[in-house]
Write a protein that binds this ligand. Structure first.
Ligand SMILES: CC(C)(COP(=O)(O)OP(=O)(O)OC[C@H]1O[C@@H](n2cnc3c(N)ncnc32)[C@H](O)[C@@H]1OP(=O)(O)O)[C@@H](O)C(=O)NCCC(=O)NCCS
Length: 196
């Protein structure tokens, strides 16, 4: 049986595959790096959360979550120590490797080993929205899901979340409108690389 590159070794200590890291450039010329989240990202992740509006939090988590709860150490450290067999958390950073390295967006894939589909969610810092960061991150999440051997990528969005619906539509996702105020975005993943 063929095994995926994401089905190895020990839980929680699995190294993220190197091919998930890569440079990107926004239309305005800003240089970014997309990479897997790391344990030392915890303070950066806390700063990222402090810059999120209530609206962005609601659209990402479907409920209000107070900042104090979002930046609690137990929660952030769990998010920063990923088990890459079941989840692939990616961050988009500016100033990579420098003293002011800043997280601009966080995205996450979840998959049950052996299942053909992965689920994604992402959020871009409010100050960086509408500059192309979401498109860069979603393209990279698609690629990560493909590398993980998945053939379908799914996301759940609020029906009111038109920016995310538009982004998904532009990336080729089909949108399925449910009756409960949620929309499922679905993309079939073909083997091989897909243009960003
Ligand atoms: C939805 C979200 C991820 C988009 O990220 P972004 O970095 O602003 O998106 P981009 O700049 O890459 O824009 C990509 C496309 O999305 C659409 N879009 C993004 N923001 C939009 C807005 N406010 N209004 C209308 N369309 C918008 C546009 O089609 C845009 O392309 P275009 O302007 O060239 O036509 C971001 O607004 C966000 O983090 N929202 C809160 C969290 C969330 O909704 N997560 C989704 C649940 S999984």
């Amino acid at each position: 049986m063929e095994t995926s590159r994401f089905e190895p070794l020990e839980p929680a200590t699995v190294e993220p595959p190197g091919e998930l890291s890569g440079a990107a450039t926004l239309p305005d010329g800003t240089a970014l790096l997309v990479r897997p989240i790391r344990p030392e990202d915890e303070p950066r992740l806390a700063r990222f959360h402090a810059g999120l509006s209530d609206r962005s939090v609601y659209q990402r988590y479907f409920r209000p979550i107070p900042l104090a709860q979002r930046v609690r150490h137990t929660r952030l450290s769990r998010l920063c120590f990923a088990d890459f067999r079941t989840e692939i958390p990616l961050v988009v950073v500016r100033g990579a490797g420098g003293p002011d390295e800043e997280i601009l967006a966080v995205g996450r894939l979840h998959r049950d080993p052996g299942r053909p589909e992965a689920e994604f969610a992402l959020v871009v810092a409010d100050a960086w929205q509408r500059r192309g960061v979401g498109a860069v991150l979603l393209a990279r999440l698609e690629e990560a899901a493909r590398l993980a051997g998945c053939t379908r990528l799914l996301g759940t969005l609020l029906a009111e979340n038109l920016p995310m619906q538009r982004l998904c539509h532009r990336r080729g996702f089909a949108l399925h409108f449910g009756s409960g105020g949620e929309v499922t975005a679905e993309l079939a993943l073909a083997p091989g690389p897909r243009p960003a």
